[in-house]
Design a protein around this ligand. Structure first.
Ligand code: 5GP
Length: 196
């Protein structure tokens, strides 16, 4: 049977990463697909856990070697990509891979996997709300903040390409909605969700 996959995507700052972390804590049979990136590591991040942090040269070599399921230059000099080896690693453990990718990456992954994929678009209630969240996160320079907001405004127009949309206004409501979707998806495939 083809492996099951869960995709959460949405603009940067939509809260999708927090929802993914919540799902990983809730279901022991999910495993995070660690993406590769060339962006700088934030102080709270761990190489190999949050991302595989690569140089641009290393990333380009992996592109040449066709090691990515999908990859993208998300911001200038910021490459991000899903490694094929992650999907294999997680399937070999008998677990369900969960992806946290941007909207373009999500569209690619969605195009590759059919009914074995649960696709969820996470969106903030508004662009103003997203702006406030990114400022609060304090991870951006004024230039990168502006880039992220411009990109997010464009990405919000993709929501209707996804089968499931969560409007992340209240985090607890969003968690509950995500759990409902995941439980239904896993049950639908005749495997009981393993809740911790
Ligand atoms: P951040 O720099 O905030 O960690 O991520 C920036 C954006 O890149 C986010 O929307 C994040 O979901 C996305 N991203 C992370 N990993 C991947 C990936 O493997 N592929 C693609 N296309 N986007 C990714």
């Amino acid at each position: 049977m083809a492996p099951k996959l869960i995709l959460l995507c949405g603009p940067s700052g939509s809260g999708k990463t927090t929802i993914v972390q919540h799902l990983l804590k809730t279901y022991s049979n999910l495993s995070f697909s660690v993406s590769a990136t060339t962006r700088s590591k934030r102080s709270n991040e761990i190489n190999g856990k949050d991302y595989y942090f690569l140089t641009v040269e290393e990333f380009r070599k992996k592109i040449q070697a066709d090691e990515f399921l999908e990859w993208e230059e998300v911001y200038t000099h910021g490459f991000y990509g899903t490694l094929r080896s992650e999907v294999d690693r997680i399937a070999a453990m008998g677990k369900v891979a969960i992806f946290d990718v941007d909207v373009e990456g999500g569209v690619h992954i969605k195009g590759r996997y059919g009914k074995n994929l649960l696709d969820v678009f996470v969106r903030p209630p508004s662009v103003e709300d997203l702006y406030k969240r990114l400022v609060a996160r304090a991870s951006e320079t004024p230039e990168s903040l502006e880039k992220r907001i411009l990109k997010a405004t464009h990405e919000l127009t993709y929501a209707d390409r996804f089968n499931n949309v969560i409007i992340n206004k209240d985090m607890h409501v969003a968690f509950a909605e995500a759990e409902n979707l995941v439980s239904a998806f896993l049950n639908d495939h005749e495997e009981l969700p393993v809740k911790k």
